[in-house]
Design a protein around this ligand. Structure first.
Ligand code: UDP
Ligand code: GLC
Length: 380
């Protein structure tokens, strides 16, 4: 049995990735530290899922937590770790998805003693983690058998942070059929609800969080009065994410219905098909960036922040443009250029689709992951 462990019941990119990997393996079981829509998605896909709730201050530890918050979480952890190690003992291999699962899993493994894989979805650096959390992450990662990095950028950063465990780079995988042949009626219904004036549509997809940089797009929107800007996603994790979401509403307010907030949606392929351009403008380097591959599979030109994973996904000038993170004016220039040229949009969209199908196929990713897991798997 392969036991997958993830901290959250929310639907972040790391969880959508895990859902695809776990449902592509015959003997999967998933253990989550809280219930939510991610657990529902796994149930829908018939993947056995168990919730092992993390309570009190241990549940509130974030990537940016300092030493005091980390210490306060310790008393609540003992029972949790004991239960986790009991579940781990039954597994042939344990797959720890993201940092919190890693830290708990590595500690529980002092007793369980199973082969461990850590799927690193984040850039392990001070832009994303507090000093204390980064040190704990790196110490825990040194105790696993294999690190899977979602991009070469993440693998390189792991090495730079002093990581010595062997690393396999496995990007996220996607089923192209999900993004192809979207019914015209579905697109028309989005347009009549959200775009009665039939303006060109620029969309950004992703959870609302300060480093995801939705404010950069709203600021660029001021310079492009002829287009509508759609922000799809919700704050998922921290109080600061929620505060940032309120700041975005205030920033966008003077532009009225030209900037639209659609909240969390499950019909991403339809909303991508109903866009002319997809933008990504994270201000800190993006570890991978699922939304970029999804936009390419939807045949859309992509303008993305030039750092981290997006450099491995977008081919500059061919499938879209890379602009400096946080640079509003260069983003606005790129948007104007692509909005003004329907043939360019078509060409870039087509090139993007071909590139994404070639490089980010779900079946290839499942195969690669299964091979890695089979190699480590040891009968419990
Ligand atoms: N997503 C979604 N609904 C939304 C916004 C985003 O299903 O309203 C999905 C999106 O399609 C993508 C994932 O959430 O697959 C976000 O992954 P990404 O790697 O881009 O960013 P993350 O949030 O993991 O940092
Ligand atoms: C994380 C990263 C994101 C990546 C996703 C899936 O949430 O922030 O960049 O695409 O994991 O690997």
């Amino acid at each position: 049995m392969t036991l997958f462990v993830d901290q959250t019941g929310q639907l972040g990119g790391a969880e959508l990735c895990l859902a695809d990997v776990a449902s592509g393996r015959a003997d999967s079981r998933v253990l989550l530290f809280s219930d939510g829509p991610f657990a529902d998605l796994l149930r829908e896909r018939n993947v056995p899922v168990e919730i092992l709730p993390l309570k009190g201050s241990a549940a509130r530890v974030t990537k940016q937590a300092g030493p005091a918050a980390l210490l306060a979480s310790v008393p609540g952890l003992t029972a949790h770790l004991a239960a986790l190690s009991r579940r781990m003992k039954e597994a042939d291999v344990v797959y720890l998805n993201t940092a919190k699962a890693l830290v708990h899993g590595a500690a529980a493994n002092l007793i369980a003693r199973r082969p461990l894989v850590f799927h690193l979805h984040d850039l392990p650096n001070r832009e994303h983690f507090s000093r204390a959390n980064l040190a704990i992450l790196m110490a825990a990662a040194s105790r696993v058998d294999l690190v899977i990095a979602n991009s070469q950028a993440v693998a390189d950063e792991y090495g730079k942070a002093g990581g010595r465990t062997s690393v396999a780079v496995v990007p996220n995988g996607f089923d192209p059929a999900r993004y192809a042949n979207i019914p015209a009626e579905a697109i028309a219904s989005v347009s009549s609800e959200w775009n009665p004036h039939r303006r060109p549509v620029v969309s950004i997809f992703g959870r609302i969080a300060r480093w995801k940089g939705q404010h950069v797009l709203i600021e660029a929107a001021r310079q492009i009065p002829e287009a509508t800007f759609r922000i799809i996603g919700e704050p998922l994790f921290t109080d600061d994410d929620r505060a940032y979401a309120r700041e975005l509403q205030t920033l966008a307010q003077p532009m009225g219905d030209r900037v639209q907030f659609l909240g969390f949606r499950t019909d991403i392929p339809v909303l991508m098909a109903a866009s002319d351009i997809v933008v990504h403008c994270s201000t800190a380097p993006e570890p991978f960036g699922r939304v970029l591959v999804e936009a390419m599979l939807s045949g859309k030109p992509v303008i993305a922040a030039d750092a981290g994973g997006p450099r491995e996904i977008v081919k500059e000038g061919v499938t879209g443009f890379l602009t400096p993170p946080g640079d509003v004016n260069t983003l606005a220039d790129a948007l104007r250029k692509v909005l003004a040229d329907a043939a360019l949009r078509e060409r870039m969209g087509q090139a993007g689709r071909e590139r994404a199908e070639r490089r980010f196929s779900l079946s290839a990713v499942r195969q690669k992951t299964n091979t890695l897991l089979d190699r480590l798997s040891r009968k419990a």
